[in-house]
Write a protein that binds this ligand. Sequence first.
Ligand code: AMP
Ligand code: GLY
Length: 419
Amino acid sequence: MKKVLVIGGGGREHAIVDALSRSAKVGKIWCAPGNAGIAAQAECVPLKETQVEELKAFALENGVDLTVVGPEVALAAGVADAFAEAGLRIFGPSKDAAAIESSKDFAKRLMAKYGIPTASFETFDDYEKALGHVRSGSLPVVLKYDGLAAGKGVVIPETMEEAEEALKDMLLDDKFGKGKVVVEEFLTGPEFSFMCFVDGASVTPMALSQDHKRAYEGDKGPNTGGMGAYSPVPIITQEDIDYSLEHVMIPAAAAMIAEGRPFKGVLYGGLMKTPSGVKVIEFNCRFGDPETEVVLPRLESDIYDIFSAVADGTPMPEVKWSEEVTMGFVMASKGYPGSYDKGYVIEGLADALADPSVRIYHMGTSAKDGNAVTSGGRVLMVVGSGKTLARAHDIALAAVEKVKCGNLFYRRDIGWRVL
Ligand code: AMP
Ligand code: GLY
């Protein structure tokens, strides 16, 4: 039986651990650092996702057969390169390939060079020039910080004052670090998340999902890492999927090879169906969170075989998806995505899990005195599955209502576009 190490400690990693625990080939799972929920299905290792050398030493000492990387920070820190150099099998792109997410500027230039449809844009490192450019155009416009900013690096200002403020944060005060800003055309239309298993030129699509980025109901409030998701996405047609595969995902994989940065891992297309066709909003170099928590429960194939094929560069096995659909609600700490308090006891989890159609993935919890307590902005992803999205919605919502905690909020309108 195989021994697997999962790097990360959120809902996405919990869903990956859950999928691995269904594998007939996997006998032992570690997760670094893991969380209170993951601890029920894997042995948690107290190492941070960016402690590359320590993680490598752990894998070598414990005879880990395969490592799976969740978060972009670990990939941007070069974890895949370090493991590969040590002869360790790993699922996740190299640092150079991870630039498709870690540098918006790299991603935009790649798309422009290889004709991948996306919003028109210009990149600036000078505050005055950026401001002049924004002032000479019209609002809305999209300002994107060129670096990792945990989903908070995108601002769509409603007034010129707000635009000025955001550019100041990004270019003068270096609020997220020293970086550039991409100023982008504002697009409209429904968004969807198209994740593919990519191994060089080989691109294997996963089931589609849709995230809900805004904090509050009615898609209001600040952008977050995602407040809920469902899979599949009925408003996106098979024709749209075929188009996205042919004009976005396959060309992107080919472009990465041409640039000398072959991609191995999950390539995540954050796409929008605009009136003039499907366009790329962003690429990510990893599984989405919370999308993974609704997509992987629908995977019927053995995920160890899929990860192995990518890690080894061998042919991809058949990847099958269940007809059961899924919808999930994120329960987040009050105040998120701004500042929030931690350490609130979570009760009612066993009650919520009494329904076999419910899964609860822990996003930000830790164990204290035998209880799970809140320890992050996003705390739980409660997923229901059923024959229809309406049914999955009702199952998930009923479970959410059974979770008792003094400091959590959630959106009740997940899936409003399709229900
Ligand atoms: P990103 O981090 O690039 O995914 O951006 C976060 C969110 O901002 C996206 O999910 C969109 O809702 C929104 N957004 C980003 N770029 C654009 C754009 N060019 N036009 C309209 N909305 C955008
Ligand atoms: N849910 C969006 C992301 O993972 O980037």
